[in-house]
Design a protein around this ligand. Structure first.
Ligand SMILES: [Zn+2]
Length: 451
């Protein structure tokens, strides 16, 4: 099947996409070579391998550290970004280091810095780098600001940087939230303004009090772990100035290639890409991840509605479960009702209530997502084992001297083994543990905890 999608102003067939990307990459690579040869003082420089033109509105949130999408880079491709400038003392050195290697980067500028140093903004624009924004005053807890303040920060940053470039200047719609301190309101406002929020793929911790060698090592190690991606650095830090030459040198030695990202314009349409290329890189099975599976962004169709299910449809408290201990019979007394779970009174719901139809994307399962399920022994569930423990007469009751210790031990073990069955006063008095049963329950719960 031939599926079509829009990429910027260019309509591309999926089947032809890879070829188109290859041809375009080749073409841009060839186009870049003479430019590099003409402008680059060093023939052995790292250089900029290609320019990636992107449509900000099509991909409003990028950077795998926080979002599902990131730049559609090939293996070994790196995008350099610098935040918080311009600060002449260090930013100008960064510009020189990049120029010596003919590398183009993206600068996320702070409005107040641009106001104080408009010449610095013009310098990096004239050097061919991408000018982006990073709020007006770089608040450190952006996500906790009121929406009015947050909007003023975003708008102020854009206005100050644009003003620094002079009348009629156009800056990129790329925007990075200070401290990556996102919230839904900020992202929504950015989307409304046509901004693209850039998180990052990896950091080098260059804002922390670490050595420049550490910055270099972190940048290279984290890049090696991902194989490609956006690197976030700061052009206002002396340790970044010190680390950057060796980072670029090692990028070259490691066979990495620099990609320069620019926004699409009517004259410069977006580079054709496959939607899959924007997806966050699937994590290898061998890499431990500290993140839980992400909660999907629930999107609802606008008009369609379905009748709301009755809460009683999902009422779990099946009478058969309650009858089970009684069915065992044979004169064994019924256990007292467990203190948990308690009876829950279900709220009444209007039978004619309706809920919006969820979008089909809600049910999509991403490639690479694996769900580990705990296999429970259905033939002998935990509830039954607990019931078996409680039904068994306590032999220790006949030996008063040891009874106290036995009950105390049982109480502790049973709390660890089955937190859902609180040891009631009556249970402690009437019953004791069968040690092998308790051990089995403990083993079961340990297995459950390790998944
Ligand atoms: Zn910053």
């Amino acid at each position: 099947m031939r599926t079509e999608f829009m990429a910027g102003n260019v309509r591309v067939g999926v089947r032809a996409t890879h070829l188109a990307v290859l041809m375009l990459g080749l073409a841009s690579g060839l186009a870049a070579l003479p430019a590099m040869a003409a402008n680059c003082p060093r023939p052995d420089a790292l250089g900029t391998s290609r320019t990636l033109v992107i449509d900000a509105k099509e991909h409003p949130l990028i950077g795998s550290m926080q979002y599902r999408e990131t730049l559609p880079l090939n293996d070994g491709e790196v995008v350099l970004t610098f935040d918080d400038g311009p600060l002449p003392k260090y930013s100008y050195q960064i510009l020189e280091i990049l120029a010596a290697q003919c590398v183009k980067a993206t600068f996320f500028l702070v409005g107040n810095q641009a106001k104080a140093n408009p010449e610095g903004v013009r310098k990096l624009r004239d050097a061919g780098h991408t000018v982006a924004t990073h709020t007006q005053s770089h608040p450190y807890a952006m996500s906790r600001l009121s929406m009015d303040r947050a909007k003023a920060e975003i708008d102020g940053g854009i206005a100050s940087v644009t003003a620094a470039l002079g009348e009629g200047a156009v800056i990129s719609p790329f925007f990075r939230i200070p401290g990556l301190s996102r919230n839904d309101g900020i992202e929504q406002y950015a989307r409304e303004k046509g901004l693209q929020v850039w998180s990052t793929d990896f950091l080098a911790d260059d804002w922390r009090s670490v050595s420049s060698k550490r910055v270099h090592d972190l940048a290279m190690q984290r890049l090696a772990a991902k194989g490609k991606g956006i690197l976030l650095l700061h052009d206002i830090q002396p340790r970044t100035v010190a680390a950057l030459p060796k980072i670029l040198q090692d990028l070259k030695a490691g066979g990495y290639r620099i990609v320069h990202v620019v926004p699409a314009t009517p004259d410069n349409p977006a580079t054709p890409t496959d939607p899959q290329q924007w997806r966050e890189y699937p994590t290898s099975e061998l890499v431990a991840t500290s993140r839980w599976p992400k909660v999907p962004g629930f999107a609802f169709a606008q008009h369609e509605l379905l009748p709301a299910p009755l809460l009683t449809d999902s009422y779990w408290n099946d009478a058969r479960l309650l009858d089970r201990p009684q069915a065992r019979g044979r004169g064994v007394p019924m256990p007292r009702p467990a203190p948990w779970p308690r009876e829950v009174l279900l709220a009444s719901i209007e039978p004619d209530s309706a809920l919006p139809v969820p979008a089909t994307s809600v049910f999509e399962v991403e490639e690479g997502v694996r769900v580990a399920m705990l296999g429970v022994n259905a033939a002998r569930p935990v509830e039954r084992r607990v019931a078996a423990v409680e039904e068994k007469p306590e032999p220790a009751a006949k030996r008063p001297g040891k009874r106290g210790a036995a009950v105390a031990g049982a109480r502790g073990r049973r709390v660890a083994a089955a937190p859902q069955a609180k040891p009631g006063r009556a249970a402690a008095k009437r019953t004791g543990p069968d040690k092998s049963n308790v051990r089995r329950i403990n083993r079961h719960n340990q297995q459950a905890a390790s998944i």
